[in-house]
Design a binder for this molecule. Structure first.
Ligand SMILES: Cc1ncc(COP(=O)(O)O)c(C=O)c1O
Length: 344
């Protein structure tokens, strides 16, 4: 099976497993795990922030960030299909007592005008607009990248209105490699930044939350509260250090393969827009087939894609475990499976 469902599917490489086996570890809760400490220091620099904390998942990083920035009844603004709104189980309401306002997006992005219009001026009866949330790359829109100029405009508006600015950069390194910007250049524009290790970077698990030293002191307390404080976590942090050394630049290969796949599928007459492929996601419209039917037929032909939130759109995601032969195989199997059954 050519598995293109998600970049979370990667298996640790032999080198990564060796790094895990050799990890020097200690009690992470006491800040005595040298491998965790090293990963946190490396990640802070990478993300353009003073400090970073190691966490099991990006969901936890996002939820801790939101809790850091808000009080009960505050309001979060973000693109309506952001992961935090559609795939974190109402976490903002549960963990932080925050209400959410989804802004309609284009390619996962919203504008300063939309934020200005949604912002509630302080009134005795209004919830307090508190956080602006950017997801880069944006998952539901197909791995799209936020231009730095638009991030700057939002940063300025947040400063003007006294709002906190969070980056869900689960795939920030895809955005950095895809845009040619330094990850730190993007990351330093935000108050807090989430980075996931278990997607394109190929680690079995792990995420980082970065911010100022002051904010991260509070974040470490919340890490305990949320149950994310670990012990000999260097066992997994070692995979993170390994990935930061070896798996960042190679994301360009994933992006090139995604582009190749999109171009080939478009050439075969399928409904794919290669111009929308900016990183490692390809979106394929399978109308009039249902997503479920298309997935079933594709699996019969040896290719696994996954459903998106859009009514008739599937996605293919490239990653560390997808090589040139997989792309060639997918380019042969997908048109054969779907062929005349879908609209061009
Ligand atoms: C944009 C984005 N943020 C956060 C997450 C959550 O990551 P995790 O599975 O590590 O909690 C995901 C997972 O797909 C994601 O795509």
């Amino acid at each position: 099976m050519i598995d293109l469902r998600s970049d979370t599917a990667t298996q640790p490489t032999a080198g990564m497993r060796a790094a895990i086996a050799a990890a020097v570890v200690g009690d992470e809760q006491k800040r005595e795990d040298p491998t965790v400490n090293e990963l946190e220091a490396r990640a802070a620099t990478l993300l353009g922030q003073e400090e970073a904390i190691f966490l099991p998942t990006a969901t936890m990083a996002n939820q801790i960030a939101l809790r850091l920035h808000t009080e009960l009844g505050d309001e979060l603004l973000g693109e309506e299909n952001s992961h935090v709104f559609i795939s974190e189980l109402g976490g903002p309401a549960i963990h932080s007592g925050v209400i959410t306002r989804g802004l309609p997006g284009a390619a996962g992005r919203f504008s300063v005008e939309q934020v200005r219009a949604a912002y509630r001026a302080p009134l005795i009866h209004s919830p307090r607009t508190r956080v602006v949330w950017v997801e880069n790359t944006h998952n539901a829109s197909g791995g799209r990248i936020w231009p730095l100029e638009e991030i700057d405009e939002l940063r300025n508006l947040c400063d003007e209105l006294g709002l906190r600015f969070h980056l869900d950069g689960a795939r920030l390194l895809n955005a950095a490699i895809g845009s040619g910007e330094d990850a730190a250049t993007i990351g330093r524009r935000f108050d807090t930044v989430t980075l996931c290790l278990s997607k394109g970077l190929g680690c079995p698990l792990g995420a980082l939350l970065a911010g100022s030293a002051e904010v991260m002191t509070n974040a470490r307390r919340l890490k305990h509260l949320f149950g994310g404080a670990m012990r000999q976590a260097g066992i997994v942090a070692a995979a993170g250090v390994y990935a930061l050394d070896r798996h960042i630049e190679r994301l360009a290969d994933d992006h090139a393969r995604a582009k190749q796949l999109a171009l080939g599928l478009a050439e075969a007459g399928l409904a794919v827009d290669p111009d929308r492929v900016e990183t490692n996601f390809v979106q394929l419209d399978v109308a009039p087939l249902s997503k479920e039917e298309a997935i079933r037929v594709l699996v019969e032909h040896g290719v696994a894609l996954s459903a998106t939130i859009h009514p008739s759109v599937l996605r293919a995601v490239t990653h560390l475990d997808v090589g040139d032969a997989d792309i060639e195989g997918a380019l042969e199997a997908i048109p054969r499976a779907l062929g005349a059954r879908v609209r061009a």
